[in-house]
Design a binder for this molecule. Structure first.
Ligand code: PEP
Ligand code: MN
Length: 362
């Protein structure tokens, strides 16, 4: 065995490597075409039966010296890479997906001044539900004092029990509209069904889709066919990817003005109402160009941690927070444990004012 022989054999390996490289890329091109057909047919990319058949065929054709196990392991790796390629191609087509660092959707409200999605940290606040003119007026006045532009005007409440307060309905919306106009605020209000769209349209500035309706595709499509902004809540039982696909329903139907609101997911923890994964929120901001807001009320389920929650929301670099505020929380008709007293709301605003966040992170 001479040095020359070694060089010759290495040369052969180099040549085979290049052929393998070429074949792998040829295969990737075919796979990517298959991906397009799958996407068109609405199929999932992973087809275990087809994968099993390919492995079996390879085993039958294998003459060694590699063992069948080694061949299968190598090809499984190729299959995995192919599937990742198919998936990344589909993802690149998703409208809500951020395509470049720093890409952001900025939503400008009809006053031409109020924006969400730029560097400002917007506060969306108000009672859990509209209960009376007095309750809305007192809350809105306090919020307006601190410059809050987005007022919760919830007239339909998706309660866990059908025997609990379900909201005031249209008479409630009338109250909310009147109060919001008095203080120069925008009404955000939950829509439960697409049949309510026309009636709610004149009262509401921002439509709100609650956690329980996040995957109501018909409602999402209907909201995509009008231009008022939509706040979409993360369902407590959905992944972030499912959340983004739900937003995609609205955007792909023609309405780019979508705000995502994170409210935590169901977990085994009892000290808070829902598990707010701050890391997942940070990742969400990287994955999407849509504005993201954190709901510190339904995630915490309690008012005594509002200040640290609010500071955490601001520090993580989202576009705002949502908090429930009520003039007299203990007698509130819903979510009485988590709504802030007006005084607590002021304390929260003071604490946020003291917090300087350097750089948005995007
Ligand atoms: C709400 O914010 O009004 C609400 C009902 O919360 P969720 O949909 O997150 O339960
Ligand atoms: Mn509530």
């Amino acid at each position: 065995m001479t040095e020359d022989r070694l060089q010759e054999l290495r040369g052969q390996v180099d040549e085979i490597n290049l052929k393998l490289l070429d074949l792998l890329n040829q295969r990737a091109k075919v796979v990517s075409e298959i991906g397009k057909v799958h996407a068109h047919l609405g199929n999932t990319f992973y087809d275990p039966v087809r994968e099993g058949q390919m492995l079996q065929a390879l085993e039958m054709a294998n003459l060694g010296p590699f063992s069948n196990e080694t061949i299968k392991a190598l090809f499984r790796e190729i299959f995995r890479a192919s599937m990742a390629l198919e998936e990344s191609q589909t993802k690149a087509k998703i409208k809500v997906q951020r395509k470049a660092p720093g890409e952001r959707t900025i939503i400008t409200m009809p006053d031409g001044v109020t924006q969400i999605g730029n560097s400002a940290f917007q506060i969306i606040a108000g009672p859990c539900a509209i209960e009376s003119m007095e309750q809305m007026d007192e809350t809105a006045a306090a919020l307006a004092e601190r410059g809050v532009k987005f007022l919760r005007g919830m007239a339909y409440k998706p309660r866990t029990s059908p025997y609990e307060f379900q909201g005031l309905g249209e008479p409630g919306l009338k109250i909310a509209r009147q109060v919001a106009d008095k203080y120069g605020q925008f009404i955000v209000s939950e829509i439960m069904d697409k049949s309510q769209l026309q009636m709610m349209f004149d009262y509401v500035d921002v439509f709100w889709v609650g956690a329980r309706n996040m995957q109501n595709a018909y409602l999402l499509k209907a909201l995509g066919q009008q231009q008022k902004p939509v706040i979409l809540k993360h369902s407590f039982g959905a992944t972030m990817e499912e959340f983004l696909y739900a937003a995609e329903y609205i955007v792909s139907s023609g309405n780019p003005n979508v705000i995502l609101i994170e409210r935590g997911i169901r977990s085994f923890e009892k000290w808070t109402r829902a598990g707010l994964d701050i890391g997942a929120v940070a990742a969400l901001k990287l994955e999407t160009h849509l504005p993201v807001v954190i709901d510190i009320s339904h995630s915490a389920g309690r008012r005594d941690i509002a200040v640290p929650m609010a500071r955490a929301a601001k520090a993580v670099g989202v576009d705002g927070l949502m908090v429930e505020v009520h003039p007299n929380p203990p007698v509130a008709m819903s979510d009485s444990k988590q709504q802030l007293y007006i005084q607590q709301f002021h304390e929260m605003m003071d604490a946020l004012g003291e917090l300087t966040v350097v750089g948005s992170g995007d």
